[in-house]
Design a protein around this ligand. Structure first.
Ligand SMILES: CC(C)(COP(=O)(O)OP(=O)(O)OC[C@H]1O[C@@H](n2cnc3c(N)ncnc32)[C@H](O)[C@@H]1OP(=O)(O)O)[C@@H](O)C(=O)NCCC(=O)NCCS
Length: 171
C-alpha cells in the first residue's frame, strides 16, 4: 500500500455509502464498543449524531474514500491529560499497514491540536493480536493487563492497556 494514498479527515454525510460498507461488517465491529450498522438510514444518523460532532474522529481514507476511522477522546476535568484511542478498518484492507500509517499520522498531530493532552491510551482485548501489533509498531508501550476490565458485545474481557506520552517518539 502506497502511504501517500492514505489520509485522515473529518467525516462528511456524503461518506454514508462508503461508511456503511465497512460499518455493516461484524468482523470490523466485533472488538468495538459500538454495534454493527444495519441500514443506510442508521449509517446517516450515526454520521450526523455521533461521528461528525465527535471532537476528534477522523475517517481513514484511501484516495479520499472512507475505509475506516480513528477516534481520540479526551477525558474531562482532572483527567483531561489523557485520551482514549479507537480505530477500525474495512476488512478487505487488513494486513497492509493502513492503520499503522493512519495512527502514526494521528499521534503526530493530536498533542498539538488538543490542549492539556499528555497521554494517549488504548485498551485492547487480549485476543486482538493485530491491534496490539499496530500499537507496538507506532511506539505505544504495553503497560499492563487489566483483568475482567469491561464488557464488549455482552462478554466481560481481559484487556491490555497501552500508553503513549507526548514525549515518546513515533516509530
Ligand atoms: C486491528 C486492525 C485495526 C489492524 O489494522 P491493519 O491496517 O490491518 O493493521 P496493520 O496492517 O497496520 O498491522 C497489523 C499487524 O498485525 C499483525 N497481525 C494481524 N493479525 C495477527 C494475528 N492474529 N496474530 C499476530 N499478528 C497479527 C500483522 O501481521 C501486522 O503486523 P506486521 O506488520 O508486523 O506483519 C484491523 O484488523 C481492524 O480494523 N480490526 C477490527 C477492529 C479492531 O479490532 N479495532 C481495534 C480495537 S482495539
Amino acid at each position: 500500500m502506497d502511504p501517500s494514498r492514505i489520509s485522515l479527515r473529518p467525516f462528511k454525510l456524503s461518506d454514508v455509502d462508503d461508511f456503511l460498507k465497512w460499518a455493516s461488517d461484524d468482523r470490523v465491529t466485533r472488538c468495538l464498543r459500538w454495534n454493527t450498522i444495519t441500514s443506510r438510514e442508521e449509517a446517516l444518523n450515526y454520521l450526523d449524531k455521533v461521528a461528525i460532532p465527535h471532537p476528534w474522529r477522523r475517517s481513514i481514507c484511501l484516495d479520499d474514500r472512507s475505509i475506516g476511522y480513528i477516534s481520540i477522546k479526551q477525558e474531562a476535568g482532572d483527567d483531561r491529560c489523557r485520551a482514549h484511542v479507537g480505530y477500525a478498518l474495512a476488512a478487505e484492507y487488513w494486513g497492509k499497514g493502513v492503520v499503522t500509517v493512519a495512527l502514526k499520522m494521528a499521534v503526530s498531530k493530536v498533542f498539538e491540536e488538543i490542549p492539556d493532552l499528555v497521554r494517549l491510551q488504548a485498551l485492547v482485548e487480549v485476543e486482538n493480536k493485530g491491534s496490539q501489533r499496530v500499537l507496538e509498531k507506532v511506539g505505544f508501550l504495553k503497560e499492563g493487563l487489566l483483568r475482567k476490565y469491561g464488557f464488549c458485545k455482552g462478554e466481560i474481557r481481559d484487556m491490555f492497556v497501552y500508553g503513549f506520552l507526548y514525549t515518546d517518539k513515533v516509530m
